[in-house]
Design a protein around this ligand. Structure first.
Ligand code: GLN
Length: 283
């Protein structure tokens, strides 16, 4: 029998030997998950059962082999909800909370009580579901093409009790956009990594779906195609809110401008990086 503290020490050691950067944090998340306790080290001398030991060793092994922590835990927090994640779905990132703030700001500013919102490239559903939880009277549509991601999207909406409209569709197909009219807000975190960024991905990110990451040679393919395709789905004065990568803001602004969007504003994420744009359709 091994104590929790000894098991923790060994786990951190294995992760460190395998060059996992935040070994202490990752081991603690795994302990919290296995024991189902917020503070598993409250009882450091408690013995670890064989079953728990086996589970922890398995998870530490997977993490040592470079699998993302979030996939191993099977869930991750975003805003104030928990989302199921695993192979085939992009892990919700804190940067994307900037998009949530943007949409909430628009709803407050324009006094939208029952906004009609479409989330394009919804993935795990973290954006659509969080928005529905924040604005229960909103009519929210979540569009996703990947079958694997779709499973998580449906699961997450159920687990979080968010009644959203989930649609399996290709957002780059004009037949999809044509079905939407009079939207108040379009929100999207499309794939935006460039070809050269795809070649230099961290090993963890390499395990995430290529389809959710790669945005074409310069990373801007989705903005170029979504802006003209979806502008007519917005109401006059409706808003288009998108996330993009570091340094892409001027190019995205240019694309929005060329597609007759006005009042283009940027927001920074918690790290101070210009991360999102919101733009309006002319009245
Ligand atoms: N933010 C992700 C990353 O940096 C990219 C996700 C995306 O392309 N939307 O890995």
């Amino acid at each position: 029998m091994v104590s929790r503290s000894e098991m923790y020490r060994q786990s951190v050691e294995i992760l460190r030997r395998n060059d996992i950067p935040d070994s202490g944090f990752d081991a603690m998340c795994i302990f919290q998950n296995v024991f189902g306790e917020r503070n598993p080290m409250f009882l450091p001398q408690e013995n670890v059962s064989e079953e728990h030991e086996e589970q922890i060793r398995g998870m530490i092994k997977r993490r040592s082999e470079g699998e993302p922590l979030q996939y191993i835990l099977g869930e991750w927090d975003f805003w104030n909800c928990t989302f199921k994640v695993g192979e085939g779905v992009l892990i919700p990132r804190p940067d994307t909370e900037t998009l949530i703030e943007d949409v909430l700001k628009i709803c407050r500013r324009k006094n939208l009580r029952m906004p009609k919102i479409a989330d394009l490239c919804s993935g795990s559903g973290c954006i659509a579901i969080t928005l529905k939880k924040e604005i229960p009277t909103a009519e929210v549509y979540a569009l996703e093409l990947s079958e694997q991601a779709m499973g998580y999207l449906k699961w997450n909406s159920k687990l979080n009790g968010a009644e959203i409209n989930i649609i399996a569709a290709d957002v780059l197909d004009n037949r999809t956009a044509e079905k939407f009219r009079e939207l108040d807000i379009i929100v999207t975190n499309p794939p935006y990594l460039t070809a050269s960024e795809m070649n230099e991905l961290q090993p963890e990110v390499r395990r995430e779906p290529y389809m959710a990451l790669f945005g074409g040679n310069d990373g801007l393919d989705f903005y170029r195609r979504l802006a003209p395709l979806w502008r007519d789905s917005l109401k006059k004065g409706g808003s288009f809110c998108c996330e993009f990568g570091m340094g892409q803001h001027d190019a995205v602004k240019q694309i929005l401008h060329e597609n007759h969007f006005i009042n283009i504003e940027f927001s920074k994420d918690a790290g101070g990086i210009i991360r999102t744009a919101k733009a309006e359709m002319e009245e």
